[in-house]
Design a protein around this ligand. Structure first.
Ligand code: TEU
Ligand code: CA
Length: 547
């Protein structure tokens, strides 16, 4: 296993709109990030990933880009960007930008030109059809082909209709993208997280697939297209190779068996991918708002399968939540009586599976899902589109509202709770762009910073342990008692050491711990103040080193 800085690093994802507002307009911004760099350095993370900060009409909060080489006016300007980058580097951290090149905004000048008609030089920057291909569903509801009156044809948009898909078959599009990447690389950024990168090569004939099974459509039609790996290798050669940077591809629709095509070391494509299996365990066939139960066995199975499939050849990035999913403690833990314990348990898991961990902003203070009282409080277009569609179809809106509370993307997008003052100290404005979670008086950064055994210091400690014990990074991984419905137990080992991880994903007290007698091992960290050898209490987690 080759050793590199990005395998040893820990990512911290910032969703700038909700991180910290520095100028009182209710919207997080670069000034806010600059204010909090010491906080992040103190936590001990290495690599900051910023969700998009480029010029955008914000149909999808910056994932619809109208100018790739300018900073979103609401977030600041290029001078502030440079100040931020310098501040990050001065503190020994690195910066990873979000690269959203499957699609642009419809307000990008390329699309504005492209619409003008078949003779326009930008026509082939996007994907146009005279006849509408049938049955292509969009991620955000409705169909993926939209009629454009100005040009009299249909264009493809896998996401919102304000996010037209770029035509990667066109070499000019690819050159534009690589040039834009070099613009940021020359400024000194340290890498890219690539939005829905498996989707850039299209299958424009409609392969045989079950029309009602959206995940299948994603895997077999939208992702892993015929020229994908050619494009990724070209991108590596033409844009990335001269720089010492790293890349993480967001990889929905990529099954474990295809993983090494993306991240196999010899392939020279991407360094890592975010794999998605666990993110869909509690989705029914109807998708995100079709609630289903998940179970620990299947959850463990996802990580096991990826570990086995990649072997010593490829690397992943581990995430348990991000800006598109519910908060990790609410989804995989218990955000009621055992919020602290389960948040710490999940921190252990996140930081000790094999792969580069990605911490989502707010996890380190134990932030939870939110249940905002009215649909008018919601901002995410996916949520709002689902609502409009359900209303039109006369579906059960109470049931949908429950599902929104449980699964909606705005759960992860409420402002970071900095303290117990008005608006959680996120902004001095009367109203932030989206409401603050009402639990902020109890759950906030000031509170965890003042409490020595808090979730924050637990993360800090784990981050140090990960640096101290590189076995947690490079060591082999083996699940123990994989069929256990409540216990997630595993072993990590190499020539430098051997570690046993015991995580109780339930309130049931577990009395039989598999593996060597724990009394004979050294306790490295645990989420209870003491250890009762034979028992793993509710949501208890302990890590042992064999001596
Ligand atoms: O997400 C793509 C993706 O597949 C999701 O996780 C998606 O949000 C979900 O499946 C929808 O149900 C990326 C970004 O992370 C997301 O925020 C963007 O909205 C999306 O791409 C489009 O750029
Ligand atoms: Ca602001």
């Amino acid at each position: 296993m080759t050793k590199t800085w990005w395998k040893e690093a820990v990512i911290y994802q910032i969703y700038p709109r909700s991180f910290k507002d520095s100028n009182g307009d209710g919207i997080g911004d670069l000034g806010g990030i600059i204010e909090k760099l010491d906080y992040l350095a103190d936590l001990g993370v290495d690599l900051l990933w910023l969700s998009p900060i480029y010029q955008s009409p914000n149909d999808d909060n910056g994932y619809d880009i109208s100018d790739y080489q300018d900073i979103m006016t609401e977030f600041g300007n290029m001078a502030q960007f440079e100040e931020m980058l310098e501040g990050i580097h001065q503190r020994g951290m690195k910066l990873m930008m979000d690269l959203v090149v499957n699609h642009s905004s419809d307000e990008h000048h390329w699309f504005q030109e492209s619409r003008k008609g078949p003779d326009n030089p930008y026509r082939d920057y996007y994907i146009w059809r005279k006849e509408k291909p049938e049955r292509w569903p969009s991620f955000f509801g409705g169909e993926a082909w939209e009629y454009d009156a100005l040009s009299g044809e249909y264009y493809l948009h896998l996401f919102s209709k304000k996010q037209p898909d770029l035509n990667w078959e066109n070499p000019k599009v690819r050159e534009e993208v690589y040039e834009m990447m070099r613009f940021w690389l020359d400024k000194g950024v340290d890498g890219f997280r690539m939005d829905v990168i498996p989707f850039i090569s299209k299958r424009l004939h409609w392969p045989e697939v079950d029309w009602n099974d959206f995940p299948k459509i994603v895997e077999e039609v939208y992702a892993n297209g015929p020229r994908l790996h050619e494009f990724l290798q070209e991108m590596k050669r033409k844009a990335l190779a001269p720089y010492d940077v790293t890349t993480v591809g967001e990889a929905p629709g990529v099954p474990p068996a295809l993983g090494n095509l993306y991240v196999g070391e010899s392939r020279k494509e991407l360094d890592m991918i975010f794999h998605f299996g666990h993110m869909f365990l509690d989705w029914g066939p109807g998708g995100r708002f079709d609630l289903a139960d998940w179970d620990l066995k299947a959850f463990k199975g996802v990580f096991n399968e990826w570990y086995t499939a990649l072997g010593e050849e490829g690397w992943v990035s581990i995430f348990l939540d991000n800006h598109d999913f519910p908060r990790l403690v609410s989804r995989w833990g218990n955000d009621g009586d055992y919020r602290e314990e389960s948040a710490k348990l999940l921190a252990i898991l996140l930081l000790s599976l094999r792969g580069t961990p990605s911490i989502y902003q707010g996890s380190e203070i134990g932030m939870t899902n939110v249940a905002l009282p009215s649909i008018d409080d919601y901002r995410d277009l996916e949520t709002l589109n689902a609502w409009t569609e359900a209303k039109e179809k006369g579906e059960d809106l109470d049931q949908l509202f429950l599902a929104i509370h449980q699964q909606g993307r705005d759960n992860a997008r409420t402002p970071i709770q900095w303290d117990d003052s008005a608006q959680a100290g996120f902004t001095t404005a009367k109203e932030p762009w989206i409401k603050v979670n009402p639990n902020y008086p109890a759950i906030n950064a000031a509170a965890v910073l003042a409490k020595p055994d808090s979730i924050f210091y637990f993360y800090q400690k784990l981050l140090r342990l990960r640096k101290q014990y590189l076995t947690w990074v490079y060591g082999e991984y083996e699940m123990i008692d994989g069929n256990h419905p409540e216990l997630y137990a595993y072993r990590r080992w190499d020539e430098d050491g051997e570690f046993y991880f015991y995580l109780n994903f339930s309130e049931t007290e577990l009395t039989e711990l598999p593996g060597p007698p724990v009394e004979e091992m050294e306790l490295i960290i645990g989420n209870y103040p003491d250890q009762e050898y034979a028992h793993l209490r509710a949501w208890e987690a302990r890590v042992y080193r064999r001596v």
